[in-house]
Design a protein. Structure first.
Length: 80
């Protein structure tokens, strides 16, 4: 069964703010990240305290890492 959307395949947590999310595109086509966002909820809050709008494209059948960045300095995902 083929995937129909992106999957968060891994959450990577290092020391301090050294963290990342890995996305996997298991679909048969590239996915444009316009309209996708990562939201962070802290300490059981029901409201997102941080929203990061994504940009760029994830090629079909590839993994992409989204390293922790300052929200004012967004970066394109890098293919790994």
């Amino acid at each position: 069964m083929a995937a129909t959307d992106l999957i968060i395949s891994e959450y990577i947590e290092g020391s301090s703010n050294n963290k990342a999310i890995e996305l996997y595109n298991g679909t048969g086509t590239a996915i444009n990240l316009t309209g996708y966002r990562i939201q962070m909820f802290f300490n059981g809050s029901t409201a997102a305290r941080l929203t990061i709008n994504l940009s760029g494209t994830v090629a079909a059948a590839t993994f992409t890492s989204l390293p922790n960045r300052q929200p004012t300095q967004p970066s394109l995902p890098k293919r790994i």
